[in-house]
Design a protein around this ligand. Structure first.
Ligand SMILES: [Fe+2]
Length: 364
């Protein structure tokens, strides 16, 4: 991982190191922001446009067809390295393209599980422009099938990006709302990773640092958007991904999925809404780990901790009740039914369907 303001300038040297000086490059981006900010032209200019095939069609919550189109374009131009510059969706699409371009068969067959990833892809360089998906340091990618209201997660150890270039200057272009939802995603993941049964001392140390940095800087990143606070949040988001590649996001992400699929709630908002409730639920089961958590948050106990999280969300313009996201009491059953229950098993305090109904009703 390469971190620091201005480090995007390292991209040509990184490309040469991982793929050779003449390698053909498949560049994945979103539709507008990178071009409008001038970064796209700067990047293509620095590596030489004849070597670059640009795929600039990625939208948030990418659908299977979009990933298929990107894969087809990459295979046709025989690219030897994939670079993705953008938010989590852009990096996820680039990640899938880089692994499947060396595999036989259609993209859809891998998304449905008919075929399995069996060997490495072409080198993949991830350059995030938001601070929260952490996809630049994880081996997973999320695809959204809106026709069947399903999200598909593709995961394989060969899908870890070869290099992540985390340049906080790129995060300066994030609107405040995006800084809030992406930051809340990584902030929530750090708590989930910390209370998980999968947690171990290394992920604990990283998670506590992530929680401390977001607690100190996320509000400023959203309200002032200055380089210092955006830099701390960039670093925290990336570190969160390193932690949760070992100890995975669980219950808040499990409940967040139907909020996004059925109410189109932004991912970070969807996972963050249950963070205070789930901290209250899990705290008794991790009592030996709570003093360090309170230190990281700068509080003196559970009530102060949940209050501080709600305060951060309020100050960042995030919603803290389900009704303010458009969910009424009838929606609770949909949420309970479509929660990813396979992820809930990582909780140290067992959570059943009735428990979740009660917690969600309290959140209305
Ligand atoms: Fe997430």
């Amino acid at each position: 991982m390469i971190f620091g303001p201005g480090r995007l300038a390292n991209l040509p040297a990184v490309l040469e190191e991982v793929a050779g000086a003449q390698a053909k490059i498949f560049l994945v981006t979103g539709r507008r922001n990178l071009r409008e900010s001038g970064v796209l032209q700067q990047v293509v200019g620095s590596i030489g446009s004849p070597r670059v095939t640009l795929f600039d069609q990625v939208t948030p919550f990418p659908a299977p067809q979009l990933v298929s189109d990107a894969l087809e374009a990459c295979r046709q131009c025989s690219s030897q390295v994939v670079v993705a510059i953008g938010g989590g969706s852009v990096i996820d699409v680039g990640k899938i393209v880089s692994i499947l371009t060396t595999h036989e068969g259609a993209c859809q067959e891998y998304l449905t599980g008919e075929r399995r990833i069996s060997h490495q892809g072409v080198p993949f360089i991830a350059v995030p422009t938001t601070s929260g998906s952490s996809s630049e340091v994880t081996p997973g990618a999320a695809i959204w099938d809106w026709e069947t209201s399903r999200s598909i997660n593709l995961n394989h150890p060969e899908m870890f990006p070869n290099v992540a270039i985390v340049d906080p200057e790129l995060a300066m272009s994030m609107p405040k709302e995006l800084a809030a939802v992406t930051g809340m995603d990584a902030f929530t993941s750090a708590f989930e990773s910390y209370w998980s049964k999968e947690a171990e001392p290394v992920s604990d140390a990283l998670d506590l640092q992530v929680i401390q940095w977001f607690s100190n800087h996320l509000e400023n990143s959203c309200t002032n958007g200055d380089l210092a606070s955006r830099s701390w949040c960039s670093l925290a988001a990336t570190m969160s991904g390193v932690a949760y590649s070992n100890s995975h996001p669980n219950v808040c992400h499990a409940i967040g999925r139907p909020l996004t699929l059925f109410w189109e709630v932004a991912h970070g908002q969807a996972v963050g809404i249950t963070l205070p409730s789930m901290l209250r639920w899990t705290a008794p089961a991790i009592s030996h780990k709570l003093p360090a958590l309170w230190d990281a948050l700068g509080v003196n106990g559970l009530e102060e901790a949940t209050g501080r999280i709600v305060q951060i969300m309020d100050n960042c313009g995030l919603k803290t009740s389900l009704s303010s996201l458009g969910i009424n009491p009838d929606g609770i059953e949909t949420l309970v039914e479509h929660t990813r229950w396979d992820r809930v098993s990582a909780l140290p305090a067992p959570l059943g369907h009735d428990d979740l109904r009660m917690l969600l009703r309290d959140l209305l």
